[in-house]
Structure formats: structure tokens, C-alpha cells
Design a protein around this ligand. Structure first.
Ligand code: CIR
Length: 255
């Protein structure tokens, strides 16, 4: 059984941070409906969805992925790169405390969970506008005792490493080659997104199923042709906040 931590779309959502995306009007009602569909999709795949305490005044708090990275052995509470997001972590830490031993990233280190890609015991971390080399060093120290290797990779053309690449199945990645070079992930095979769907590399894997954005049918075809079971959910309103699929949950095995 998997637990999926999520958090409600806050009324302040329209004031979210934006880095590579132009600000466009966000309809909070539509965003809330899409978020509910996302949670339903997770439930349909066997996740127990647990909502973290709402933080209406924190515009990006729906994107719980950035506040923590959960491994089988520990959960690492991050120090988000954007100042406006730093106070999201307390409530996320409280929600994770019953599930995992907690480890924190300290100043001057910064990490957004969206920059952390786990492929088995290999952990790749985007060094981006949000995550710095000191954050990567602290993460490597925290994970070293558990046998993980941690590798930093420069991310310049998109917000986070996982905007460019995610895990679709055991040793199969989906990535946008315009934003990251697949050769960096030694030993892993990958599928390229369709060039018209640059944001489609962000998929959520739950067991043997992949959740793909409804607006990325050509990449979905590619995943299905590779033999994957794919379900879709709408993300258009969340995308206006530079959010995608992985960022709206923290999914981990229940212990
Ligand atoms: C931000 O800029 O922090 C939010 N507007 C979007 C964060 C998306 N998070 C993610 O992809 N992990």
C-alpha cells in the first residue's frame, strides 16, 4: 500500500512563483477540480491519499513534493530555494513524522524536492535556480549510510530536474532531450517526449502504472507503445503555476 500526501489548492494560488513560464490568469476553481481528479487517480491506483494541513496563505503549498524527499529509510525535509516557500516545510515534516525518521537540510543548503530523481540506489539532483551544491552535499551525507550514490546535474532550461526527466518503469525514464541528456543516467534506457509536448516528461509512476498529463497524447502513445499501462489526468490549470504531476504529491510505501 502506498501513502500519497497531498495538500489543498490554496486561495492564494494565483500569487505562485514563476520562473520559466509567463504569468497567465489562473482559475482556482478549475485548479481545485483538476487537483481533486489527480487525487482520485492516485486512489484508483491503490494510494491512500492523506491531505496535509492546509496553508491558505502559502501560494505554492499545493506542490508538496518540493518540501521533502521520502526514501524507504528516512525522509529528508528540504530547505526550498524560493524564500516564499520556506515555511511550507513545518506542516510537511509533521505529516511525515509518523512514517519516517526525519533529516533536515540546513542553511546555506537549498533543495527543492522537484530536483531529486531516485533511480533505485542512484539519486540524481538538479543543481538549479532552487537547489544548490551545498544542498546536494548535505543530501549525499544523509543518504551515504544507506548505500545511495548522489550525483548533481546542472539544470538550466527548466525549473527542476524532474521537469525534464522522471522514472516511468524499472530502468525506463521519460525525458525531454532539449532539457537533459539521457546519457547522464548511466545504464538507464529512456523514451523521449514528443517534441510538441515539452512538459510531458513529468509523469508519476504508481506500481506498474504511469500517470501522464491529459494534454500530452503523443507522449502517452510513446509510453503505451513501450508496453506501459498509462492513465491520464488534466493538468492545464496547474501548469499555469509551473506545476506538473509529481509536484502535487509525496508518494511512499506504507510501513
Ligand atoms: C514554484 O515555482 O515553486 C511553483 N510555482 C511550482 C513548483 C512545481 N514543483 C515541482 O515541479 N516539483
Amino acid at each position: 500500500m502506498y501513502v500519497a500526501l497531498t495538500r489543498a489548492v490554496p486561495p492564494s494560488f494565483v500569487h505562485c512563483e514563476l520562473t520559466h513560464v509567463e504569468r497567465a490568469p489562473i482559475d482556482v476553481r478549475i485548479a481545485t477540480e483538476q487537483h481533486a481528479r489527480y487525487e482520485d487517480t492516485l486512489r484508483s491506483l491503490g494510494c491512500r491519499v492523506e491531505r496535509i494541513a492546509a496553508t491558505p496563505e502559502l501560494p505554492d503549498s499545493i506542490f508538496v513534493e518540493d518540501a521533502a524527499v521520502v526514501f524507504d529509510e528516512i525522509a529528508v525535509i528540504t530547505r526550498p530555494g524560493a524564500e516564499s516557500r520556506r515555511s511550507e516545510i513545518e506542516t510537511v515534516a509533521a505529516a511525515l513524522a509518523p512514517h519516517r525518521r526525519l533529516h533536515s537540510i540546513d542553511a546555506p543548503g537549498t533543495i527543492d524536492g522537484g530536483d531529486v530523481l531516485q533511480i533505485g540506489r542512484r539519486v540524481y539532483v538538479g543543481i538549479s535556480q532552487r537547489t544548490n551544491a551545498e544542498g546536494v552535499r548535505q543530501l549525499a551525507d544523509a543518504l551515504g549510510p544507506y548505500g545511495y550514490t548522489v550525483t548533481g546535474l546542472a539544470v538550466e532550461r527548466c525549473l527542476h530536474l524532474k521537469s525534464a526527466v522522471t522514472v516511468a518503469a524499472d530502468d525506463l525514464l521519460v525525458l525531454n532531450p532539449a532539457w537533459i541528456d539521457g546519457e547522464r543516467f548511466e545504464g538507464s534506457k529512456w523514451i523521449d517526449v514528443h517534441p510538441d509536448e515539452p512538459f510531458a516528461a513529468n509523469v508519476v509512476r504508481v506500481g506498474d502504472t504511469v500517470i501522464c498529463a491529459e494534454g500530452a497524447p503523443r507522449t502517452r502513445d510513446r509510453l503505451e507503445r513501450a508496453g506501459l499501462r498509462v492513465v491520464t489526468t488534466p493538468t492545464s490549470e496547474l501548469a499555469k503555476a509551473e506545476g506538473a504531476l509529481t509536484c502535487c504529491s509525496l508518494i511512499f510505501a506504507e510501513r
